[in-house]
Design a protein. Structure first.
Length: 122
């Protein structure tokens, strides 16, 4: 089912400062979207690297890793496969127009947030 990491979402104190810091380390900007009130997707140099989706803390969010998203070929099939885990899957997959991803949000047995993603803009 899992094909690799699609992205890791980081919630940060200051988006501009964090993006500047990652650029200094050699990260490349993949795209910027209005998602989450303004989001920047970056990746380390090299082939096959995961994307880090970064946005500034808003509301009651907590700074840190918000979730890890794993690539899947068919997010609806993944949703069907997880039917035996009631309470761990929040709802049916949803499409995010800004990113081109269709996401299935879930929690692992210890409560950590995860996503399964079918990425149309890979």
């Amino acid at each position: 089912m899992i094909k690799g990491i699609d992205h890791i979402e980081l919630i940060v104190r200051d988006l501009d400062e964090y993006v500047s810091f990652l650029k200094t380390l050699g990260f490349e900007t993949v795209r910027e979207t209005p998602h989450h009130g303004g989001s920047v997707e970056m990746k380390p140099p090299g082939e096959g690297q995961p994307v880090f989706e970064i946005h500034q803390v808003i509301g009651e969010e907590v700074i840190g890793v918000n979730h890890i998203a794993f690539k899947v070929d068919d997010v609806n099939a993944a949703h069907a496969a997880l039917k035996d885990y009631p309470g761990m899957v929040s709802s049916a997959p949803g499409h995010v127009k800004d990113t081109g991803r269709t996401n299935l949000n879930l929690r692992d047995p210890d409560g950590w947030r995860l996503q399964l993603v079918q990425n149309a803009k890979a």
